[in-house]
Design a protein around this ligand. Structure first.
Ligand SMILES: [Zn+2]
Length: 350
């Protein structure tokens, strides 16, 4: 409003409006129509009918004008300040019922900015949006046609993105097991040696120090004596994987090392239930890409399946096909500060 934009907006094709005589008539007499409809009519009706010229002028004309203008322009203030951002939070528009009532149906502004071509302002039929209801009813009786609605599948993707973002923030607020990349790699001999001095447990290739937990486990200390645990990885697998989600999550927090050559069993069993939904950011993604490229180069993946075509698919999708990490959420400090850089999610095999 203060500065003129340097670039003029592109010319819109309004030839249909220019050729519509009714629209042209309104355009030509706009100011006179405005005065007649907004000021003269609401003043004259109470004046002639019950002699209240002043009341008509003040309440029906001027007060209404002020009220309607304020509520209309709330779309540019209130609707960009109050409420939720269920579809996208890159910009300021928000959805809120109060705004919807104040603006007579323009309150679902986050949706409107995200999907401006949609004839609806609020997507649910019951959300207060009289214009949408009116247009819908008109379409039922054949007075409106070709209503434009954004594909539902894409609308839901927007919602999912925002829900993931919320989950990411929640996850960033928690403590997570040390990533397998950051754990020391321990040889079998060293593990045996250290297990003599503290209660170490080997499960799924991870070495856990269970000293903090020994007395709290139901069944007591004897169940977890070193003799019972140590070295019987395979046997423990059956036992451990009957445990609850909470037990797996807790166990993962006790990881202190990775057994050299012991991570064959990694994959889904090594990922605690709480980390199955993995959300990775741009940086982590780049790291994964580099990782995948180098592994592919060294032929770690099955060569036959990953020929030219698969390589191209990777580029398009931006993700390596098999999951690479052990399930660490990559929720380093950088992850928390800029959640909007979140790029995608991965679900572990399960
Ligand atoms: Zn807006």
């Amino acid at each position: 409003m203060i500065f003129k934009p340097r670039r003029k907006p592109g010319v819109a094709d309004v030839s249909d409006l220019l050729n519509n005589p009714l629209v042209q008539w309104q355009h030509k007499y706009y100011v006179w129509l405005l005065l007649l409809v907004a000021v003269v009519t609401p003043t004259v009706i109470p004046g002639l009918c019950w002699g209240d010229w002043k009341g008509g002028y003040f309440y029906a004309a001027m007060a209404r004008l002020v009220f309607v203008h304020h509520s209309t322009f709330c779309v540019n203030s209130l609707a960009h300040w109050l409420g939720e951002t269920p579809f996208d939070d890159k910009h300021t528009p928000r959805d809120h019922m109060i705004t919807a009532f104040v603006t007579i149906g323009e309150g679902y502004h986050n949706f409107h900015h995200q999907f401006p071509m949609d004839y609806r302002n609020a997507i649910k039929w019951y959300q207060y949006d009289p214009t949408k209801w009116f247009i819908t009813v008109m379409s039922w009786i054949g007075l409106a046609s070709q209503l434009k609605a954004f594909p539902d599948n894409e609308v839901r993707k927007g919602q999912l993105t925002m829900e993931l973002k919320k989950l990411k923030l929640k996850a960033d607020d928690m403590k997570w097991p040390t990533s397998s990349n950051d754990l020391p790699i321990i040889t079998w001999d060293s593990f045996q040696e250290q297990a003599k001095t503290r209660p170490l447990v080997l499960i799924a290739g991870f070495i856990h120090d269970v000293s903090s937990f020994m007395d709290e486990h139901p069944g007591g200390r004897h169940l977890h004596s070193q003799k019972h645990w140590q070295g019987c990885d395979d046997g423990l697998f059956r036992g451990v994987y009957w445990h609850s989600n909470a037990a797996h999550n807790l166990l993962a927090m006790m990881r202190v090392g990775v057994l050299r050559g012991g991570l064959e069993l990694e994959s889904e069993k090594a990922i605690p239930p709480s980390q199955r939904l993995e959300i990775i950011r741009g940086q982590a993604l780049a790291r994964l890409r580099a990782d995948a490229a180098s592994k592919e180069h060294h032929g770690i993946y099955d060569g036959e399946r990953r020929g030219e075509a698969v390589g191209q698919w990777d580029e398009i999708q931006g993700l390596p096909s098999p999951p690479l990490s052990t399930g660490a959420l990559d929720s380093g400090d950088e992850a928390g500060s800029q959640p909007e850089e979140m790029d995608s999610l991965r679900l572990s095999h399960n």
